[in-house]
Design a protein around this ligand. Structure first.
Ligand code: DX5
Ligand code: ZN
Length: 230
């Protein structure tokens, strides 16, 4: 398990007219992964982008492409996201009737498999698929938009999911309203990966490195303390 907090900027808050340059800039500024928010206007009340856009930016970096599918149904599109170079594919438990099958399909495509839970979804839905998971993405806002306020009930949920995971090599990722103020709260509870859109893509490109390091600095110490007490 990595000691360092993984920072995954969400390109949802990037300048879409210059997406390739934005990906390069944020990677140069210290991003560990690139978080890709795919929305369908059906499961969530917003529409973003799909495989062709991901394909167009894939060659801008070798970093992990962390694809968060907010689409329903997701199953029929998994291959399309794998083929354009997504390394992790995460489906929402609420948008997937056959979660076990979808997770198997993602791994069969050669990708890491993730499941995401909305703030109101209890963590018990993943109890019987833990051995098929590489990542659990806990939403700390209702999915659909960047720039929303962090929902604090996720903090207890992180701790509960951490206990369910036990010694399995599954990462816990937090998405929504992550800032230097909220990052330590989830890091202390056992989060490994922090997604941040507005907290990274603000104040112009010169600020990206400082924005990323502010998140990392805020999270690393409480995360180390949490690792120590495990
Ligand atoms: C919300 C998306 C998030 C979003 C986070 O549906 O899944 O990844 O971009 O944005 P911030 O960090 O601005 O809350
Ligand atoms: Zn996301």
């Amino acid at each position: 398990m990595s000691q360092k907090t993984i920072i995954a900027p969400s390109v949802l808050s990037a300048d879409f007219a210059r997406l390739g340059e934005e990906v390069e800039a944020v990677c140069k500024a210290g991003a560990d992964w690139i978080h890709l928010d795919v929305m369908d206007g059906h499961f969530v009340p917003n529409i973003t982008f799909g495989p062709p856009v991901i394909k167009a930016i894939r060659d801008r970096t070798d970093k992990v492409f962390d694809c968060h599918l907010m689409i329903e149904p997701a199953e029929r599109y998994l291959g399309a996201f794998a083929v354009v170079g997504c390394n992790i594919i995460t489906v929402h438990a609420e948008a997937t009737t056959h979660l076990d099958r979808s997770l198997q399909a993602i791994r069969d495509l050669g990708c890491k498999a993730g499941v995401s839970l909305n703030p109101s979804t209890p963590e018990t839905v993943i109890e019987y698929v833990l051995d098929r998971l590489d990542l659990v993405l806990l939403m700390s806002v209702n999915p659909g938009f960047g720039g929303q306020d962090f929902i604090p009930s996720v903090i207890d949920k992180v701790a509960r999911v951490r206990a369910m995971i036990g010694v399995r090599p599954i990462l816990i990722e937090i998405d929504g309203g992550v800032t230097p103020e909220t990052a330590p709260l989830v890091a202390r509870a056992g989060a490994d990966v922090l997604v941040a859109g507005s907290a990274v893509f603000k104040d112009g490109r010169e600020a990206y490195a400082g924005n990323i390091s502010a998140l990392r600095t805020a999270a690393d110490e409480p995360r180390l303390a949490a690792l120590g007490s495990r």
